[in-house]
Design a binder for this molecule. Structure first.
Ligand code: ADP
Ligand code: MG
Length: 253
């Protein structure tokens, strides 16, 4: 059954417009080996808000992000645009939430760049012309127009990362969930990515170690450590507290 993206079709769930973009209530998650990676996480992200998720390696950032479109499901309640993240809602939720994984090899699986970026739009049943337009637009947004016929598998990490972003942008998501966007990018790619994120007027929850990125782009910062949220406050307030940042494995930009 094709998914109908809310921007292309009338909203099938009319009462979600006033909802928060993302809410988590007492979310817990334990990996099959018994390691509890999320402990009682509660968090709200308003529509249009740009929130940075920071914390040391192993804090649980990636695990948390992967709950948002149901890749992992644990205890507690998660809502996206007012919809509970449960199996029957996953097709619609995945049309709302564009998720860029930490490792682009988890995102790219087609032979060519064009096919990777076209995959989502094809899957929601858009016409071939519209699919081509979406692919061209998304590749242009990440500055990779000339890569359409290249083989995804052979690209460099930075190139793969930008194509992974394009696979999400081609779906025109309402919420961008991005795991370590600037990791592995050279300075020029990093700068153009920051400009792209700055221009996008959609809700963002972005995990990163790049404190300059946080400083520049994200008014609100959530710090995780040991599977818990240890701070959630205006970025400038938290960045001013050197001792607290240090305690949680972070540095001032
Ligand atoms: N597939 C897995 N199985 C078991 N433990 C895992 C798995 N993936 C991650 N973990 C553990 O869960 C914790 C949180 O990991 P992760 O969410 O990747 O942290 P972060 O993204 O903040 O670096 C870490 O201790 C990590 O080792
Ligand atoms: Mg991670």
């Amino acid at each position: 059954m094709p998914i109908h993206h809310p921007k292309d079709k009338p909203l099938t769930v009319p009462d979600t417009l006033d909802a928060k973009a993302i809410t988590l209530q007492k979310v817990n998650f334990t990996y099959p080996d018994g390691h509890q990676a999320l402990k009682d996480i509660s968090l709200e992200v308003g529509q249009g808000e740009k929130v940075a998720l920071v914390g040391p390696n192993g804090a649980g950032k990636s695990t948390l992000l992967l709950q948002l479109n149901g890749v992992f499901q644990g205890g507690g309640e998660i809502h996206v645009m007012g919809l509970p993240v449960v199996d029957k809602n996953l097709p619609l939720i995945r049309a709302y939430v564009g998720m860029v994984f930490q490792n682009p090899d988890d995102q790219l699986f087609s032979p060519t760049v064009f096919e990777d970026v076209a995959f989502g739009p094809l899957h929601i049943g858009l016409s071939p012309d519209e699919v081509r337009a979406r692919v061209a637009e998304a590749l242009q947004q990440v500055g990779m127009e000339s890569y359409s016929e290249r083989l995804s598998y052979h690209l460099s990490l930075g190139e793969k990362k930008r194509i992974a972003i394009a696979t999400v942008l081609s779906m025109r998501p309402d919420i961008l969930v991005f795991d370590e966007p600037t990791g592995g990018l050279d300075p020029r790619s990093r700068r153009s990515l920051i400009e792209l994120l700055d221009d996008m007027e959609i809700t963002m929850l972005v995990s990163t170690h790049d404190m300059r990125l946080v400083d520049e782009l994200f008014p609100r910062m959530v710090i995780m450590d040991g599977g818990q949220i240890v701070a959630d406050a205006p970025t400038q307030e938290l960045l001013a507290d050197q001792a607290f940042l240090y305690e949680h494995g972070l540095e001032q930009p």
